[in-house]
Structures are given as structure tokens and as C-alpha cells.
Design a protein around this ligand. Structure first.
Ligand code: ASP
Length: 363
């Protein structure tokens, strides 16, 4: 049985296959309308969501299946102190597949180790959001006709923007990708993404604070919201929240076929005047999210049918309980009796990454 916790769980061939299935769903929706008849998707959302939860539910309904779940932690037994592990065991008795969003980083991974049905990470804290990445890849593919030979600018909150971390991880697999990181110094991309992912895969990248300076070079511009809910200081959020605003004036210097993406929700980082520009693809991106989630649900349910067993993960290469993760957003800070698991970093000597949230710590 397979779950999807982060992009490395999928091979490049599997990502390409999901894109192919999504394209076939777009062309032949009738062929798929009964594929999940009798199957149930549980959406466990411990954090707010509009697009992700509803697109998962719309995807399952369009496949002929049904949905159950909750959209607020307060309406689940988490508010009574139930662990993620127990919640996952309970939901496995009611549904065939889970989509889980949680504010603690690594929570869907803990669920996947305890559920007897596939678990899909629908966003964990500031860590990862793999189904948004599949959505982004399908959108880039449909708009640009390829996933290689592209210069992609990521702008805004690169520190807490989980969609950025997962998309860079995925794009690092393709050839000819050049990354431009546009953020205030305080919101720079975490070092595990820069060093363990981009540097390790030989992806050239540059960093800048100025969007205007780099805009003319970009094939894709990925705008993001400053993630107010992840800041430890409200004052810092207030200071940084208006760092970037994309306007029609600024776009005059961009390529005529540049594609503008945003995982949404938008606050003020893209002026609504940009929406009419043919380069604005963020609402098309929303629709693509439904198609690719249909493809993913189909794939994971088919695999679970062939191999319904939850396989024990090999943790022998990890350090156990030698360090204690100091990321306040890590699931290990709240879940009962979880072993601390760390992977020694190959890219940065003397450091190790938490296996749950990827926080880097000194050995
Ligand atoms: N919807 C995206 C997410 O859940 C982006 C955002 O919230 O800013 O990560």
C-alpha cells in the first residue's frame, strides 16, 4: 500500500504518468465517472482550506465515489487530545483513502504509519504540499508544453511556503531548470531545500530581493502569500506582509508568454488588475488541481487493491533518539511517544534532518 507524504514518494515516471492520466480525464471525463463507485474518501482537515479540501471532494465525487470528514480541528476528537496515530487507525475503519491537512509538520507521515488505508498529505505546517505540486506541474505542462528548460522565479514567503518547497523538490528532477529565489532575507528558502535538494541535484539558483530586476528572465513566476499563521512574531509579519505586489505596470517588462502561478489564497501579492492578463494562470491552476487529484486517488486506490498491506518502513539508516527536534511546528512536539528520528545530511557535514519535518540540526 502506498501513501503520498512528499514528492520523493513518487518517481519521475509516476509523476509523468499522473499528468498523462489527468490529461486523459480532461479529454474523456465520461470514462472515469464510475471508477470509484462504492469508495470513500475521508478529508481530515485540522487547518483551514478552500481549494484543497473541496478539490479532493470534487475529485472523488467526479470519480463516482463519496466523501466524509471534517474541516476544523475543533470538530474532531483532536480537541479532546486524541493523537494523530489513533485518529488514523479509527478513520481506516470508515474510509478507503485519507486526505489530511495538519498544522504540525510530519503529522500526515505519522498518520500513514498507522493507517491501514493510503494517506495523502494535503499540507503539513510550513513543510510540504505534494498535491499542490502535482497541480502546479500539470499547469506548467499545459501552459508551456514541457517541464524542462524553464527559468522559474519563486516570489514571496519562501521560508514557510510549503508549496514552494515541494515544487522545487519536484522540478529538481527535470533537466534545464533554473531557479530564481525572490524574497526578503527573513523569508529565504530553508537550507535543506537549497543544499540537500537544489545543490545536490545540480540545479542552478540565484537569490534576490528585487522582483523587478529578474522579471524579464522568467518563463514562470510563482507568487506566494506571506504565511501570517506561521510567524512567531506578529510584528515581523506586519513588517513583511506587503513585500511584493505584482501589478500590470511591473508585468510590462516580463516575457509575453510568461506564466503566472499562485497556489492561492491571494491576499494582496497580485493586483486583481493582473487577472485579465493572458499570462495569469492561477484560476486555471485551481481547475487543474481537481483533475490531478482524480488521477492520484485512482492510482493510490488501484495500488491499495493490489497490495493492501501496510509495509514497515526501513528506519535502520536513521539516528534514533540522539537529538530532540527543536522545530516548534514539528509533530514530535505534541504526539505521544514518538521516537526522534534523524537522517545525517549528505549535503552539509555535521548536520542531520528530522525525519518528520526536515528541520536541520547540528550533530
Ligand atoms: N493554499 C496553499 C497552502 O495550503 C498556499 C497558501 O495557503 O498560501 O499551502
Amino acid at each position: 500500500m502506498r501513501s503520498l507524504i512528499d514528492i520523493p514518494d513518487l518517481s519521475t515516471a509516476e509523476i509523468d504518468e499522473l499528468i498523462r492520466t489527468a490529461m486523459d480525464i480532461i479529454d474523456n471525463p465520461g470514462k472515469y465517472s464510475e471508477k470509484c463507485r462504492g469508495k470513500k474518501l475521508a478529508t481530515l482537515f485540522f487547518e483551514p482550506s478552500t481549494r484543497t479540501r473541496l478539490s479532493f471532494e470534487a475529485a472523488m465525487l467526479e470519480l463516482g465515489g463519496s466523501c466524509l470528514g471534517f474541516s476544523l480541528a475543533a470538530s474532531s476528537s483532536a480537541s479532546k487530545g486524541e493523537s494523530v496515530a489513533d485518529t488514523a487507525k479509527v478513520i481506516s475503519c470508515y474510509a478507503d483513502i485519507i486526505a489530511m491537512r495538519h498544522p504540525k509538520e510530519g503529522a500526515p507521515y505519522v498518520a500513514s504509519r498507522n493507517a491501514t488505508i493510503p494517506v495523502i498529505n494535503a499540507g503539513d505546517g510550513g513543510h510540504a504540499h505534494p498535491t499542490q505540486t502535482l497541480t502546479d506541474l500539470l499547469t506548467i505542462y499545459r501552459e508551456k508544453g514541457r517541464l524542462n528548460d524553464l527559468t522559474i522565479g519563486f516570489c514571496g514567503d519562501l521560508k514557510y511556503g510549503r508549496t514552494v518547497h515541494s515544487l522545487i523538490t519536484a522540478l529538481s528532477r527535470y533537466t534545464g531548470i533554473r531557479v530564481v529565489l525572490i524574497s526578503p532575507l527573513e523569508l529565504m528558502l530553508p537550507s535543506y531545500v537549497r543544499k540537500d535538494i537544489m545543490r545536490k541535484n545540480g540545479v542552478p539558483y540565484v537569490g534576490t530581493e528585487s522582483l523587478e530586476d529578474v522579471l524579464p528572465n522568467l518563463d514562470v513566476l510563482y507568487m506566494t502569500r506571506i504565511q501570517g499563521e506561521r510567524f512567531e512574531s506578529q510584528e515581523e509579519y506586519e513588517r513583511l506582509k506587503d513585500s511584493y505586489v505584482l501589478t500590470p505596470e511591473k508585468l510590462k517588462n516580463a516575457k509575453s508568454d510568461m506564466c503566472i502561478l499562485h497556489p492561492l489564497p491571494r491576499v494582496n501579492e497580485i493586483s486583481i488588475k493582473v487577472d485579465k492578463d493572458p499570462r495569469a494562470c492561477y484560476f486555471k491552476q485551481v481547475l487543474n488541481g481537481k483533475y490531478i487529484r482524480m488521477a492520484l486517488i485512482l492510482k493510490l486506490l488501484e495500488e491499495a487493491e493490489k497490495d493492501p498491506v501496510l509495509h514497515e518502513e526501513d528506519l535502520s539508516h536513521l539516528l534514533e533518539n540522539k537529538l530532540v527536534c527543536d522545530n516548534p511546528r514539528c509533530i514530535t512536539t505534541v504526539e505521544q511517544e514518538l521516537d526522534q528520528l534523524f537522517e545525517v545530511s549528505e549535503a552539509e557535514a555535521g548536520t542531520a534532518r528530522c525525519h518528520y519535518c526536515e528541520n536541520k540540526m547540528k550533530l
